[in-house]
Design a protein around this ligand. Sequence first.
Ligand SMILES: [Zn+2]
Length: 750
Amino acid sequence: MRTDDFDFELPREFIAQHPATPRDSSRLLEVTAEGLNDRVCRDLPSLLSPGDVMVFNDTRVLPTRLTGRRGEATIEVTLHKSIGRRRWRAFARPAKRLKPGDWITFAPEFSAKVAEKRDEGEVVLIFASAPTAFRDALDQHGAMPLPPYIRRDEGPDPRDREDYQTVYAAEDGAVAAPTAGLHFTNELLNRLGDAGIARHRVTLHVGAGTFLPVKTELAEQHPIHTEAGRITAETAEAIERARRAGGRVVAVGTTSLRLLESAADDRGRLRPFEGETGLFILPGYRFKVVDLLITNFHLPRSTLFMLVSAFSGIERMRSAYEHAKAAGYRFYSFGDACLLHRGEPDEAVRRPPRAETAFTSPAQEAAPTAAPSPGGGRFGLEVLAQDGLARRGRVTTAHGSFETPAFMPVGTVGTVKGLQPEQVRATGAEIVLGNTYHLMLRPGADRVARLGGLHRFINWPGPILTDSGGFQVMSLAELRKITDEGVTFQSHIDGSSHELTPERAVEIQDQLDADITMVLDECTPFPASAEEAARSMRRSLAWAERCRAAFRERSGYALFGIVQGSTFEDLRHESAEGLQAIGFDGYAVGGLAVGEGQQTMLGVLETTVPWLPGGKPRYLMGVGRPADIVEAVRRGIDMFDCVLPTRSGRTGQGFTRRGEINMKNARHQDDPRPIDPECPCPACRHYSRAYIHHLFRAGEMLGPILLTTHNLSYYQSIMEGLRQAIEREQLDSFVARFHQELAEGDLPEL
Ligand SMILES: [Zn+2]
């Protein structure tokens, strides 16, 4: 194979100079046969399955970079391989003047003699100290042997000692970190354990050869480096047992992979191993043990890029790296990670990946792991990036995390109408909303609780937010009576009488097992006088306090307060302050999108958001059209819900980047083009406007299903665009392009 086949361009700015903090917030590009998924290392518990076994390399990096003196000359030495009790192979700089017999002094009582001179700056050193004293001296005087592409122009950074070491490092001996392991925190390791994923340790001392570029024209001619490693009998047996039980082997790092593959016998069974491995893995290699590989992004023309190409396919890796560059992933040792699924060796590495969200893909339907799954943690928002007031974040709940800014499809009565949960998930949605009012009347919150909670009942394993029921009570129910105590009303279904108090609203949402519970509030009508708005806001505030008292604290579950106050700045301020005095896990802005118009709504956000705390999610309830969402994100909102994409999808109204279109309109009846030629959703990939028009005219249910699928996919694509734009601090140009496309109007008629 030609080495040139493994070349690619990587501008210097892609090379990470420091790791992500915390470690597990680094990004994770999942590379599968079906396509690419942008994840985060912290998501790993939900991306793997119970019974899988992860194999970690517990080698510990020694601080082997030393600065010493030979007479007046300063010599920098990097030890790279221990070849005896006191002997090390090392690279010296400058090496030219060194000759065998010279002494280099690194510190008083810490010196070495040059025993041998080799090619290309390499020397063999014999240290004068005993091995234990040598280790102490190394710890005291050595610096981490960071790779050359990590620049420390100001001298070594003290943080590197910790940053360039895995949290589970145990066995001294590496001269470079097993960098895939740098993404793991103890907390993440514990969560993997809680998710039923086994963890085992092997040892492979990473050598300096791992960085050597392949210089030969043919890859096969490259003299591969050897590294020393060990797999104990106990570990080999435990991994084999897990495999027999159907578990997949997940190698953390190419070093773990290389060692595991070296230790397999001819029949592919893992055996204990102790010694050196010089296994060179090139495309065409048949993997015997490893099913999944977690690894960083590697250098062009390196043996490691050859290895990942052998594992997942050259074309697939090329596309993955192109995507990573376009999406701003960070490369190399301190960079982001990949989760590679093993490709078929006979696929001849020629099937380009399709980044698709199709629910029609059989692989996706067969893979429940495509949906978020339990394995969440403490509730909270992590702000990952900011651009102006706009925030790019991640909210963790008891049922997994979701990326913000987020749009939540509305699953009114426990279903996002017309779509299966897997299809909702495939549009990009990570959290859905359920309506308390509807669910309490039918099928009843107690029944949902008896049937295992809403997640199980509706087959949505990811996060769920429920509203308090107040809005629907006040807009749908008849004969309602509102007092300071609560609301009494008659069901719009059968006329039965019900009472909703703050305590009852919280209890119902608890029975539903909502990850995010909303306080009961009074929806102030619009327009309202300042007096009416004040009275209503203060009643909501009193109810919010009762909700807080009634809420049962559980890890991963949250209670959100709702800011009211109509269009009055002082009332919004009073509400925001009052809610914070009570203390909530997130803050919603309510009482908008009730006919006040976009300018007024944005004005309210501009005066309200600054009063909300920075570390908590902000949720704009019931909004809205794509342009409202984009502008609200710009003003610091993180979460949205709205019935528009689903409700409009059922009535023939489509949302596209070029505005809204009515699919019932006769202009579509002969149009063979998709709703949006650039949209990757299944409705746009497989169906024409003419067909969808026909379905609506004929009253067929597939019409609403396809249009809902498209509308939700479009909304989610806006959210993804916003998230990426914030990360790159390019929100202004994203918003300008968004408005420009919208202004262009629909595709010209054929
Ligand atoms: Zn579409």
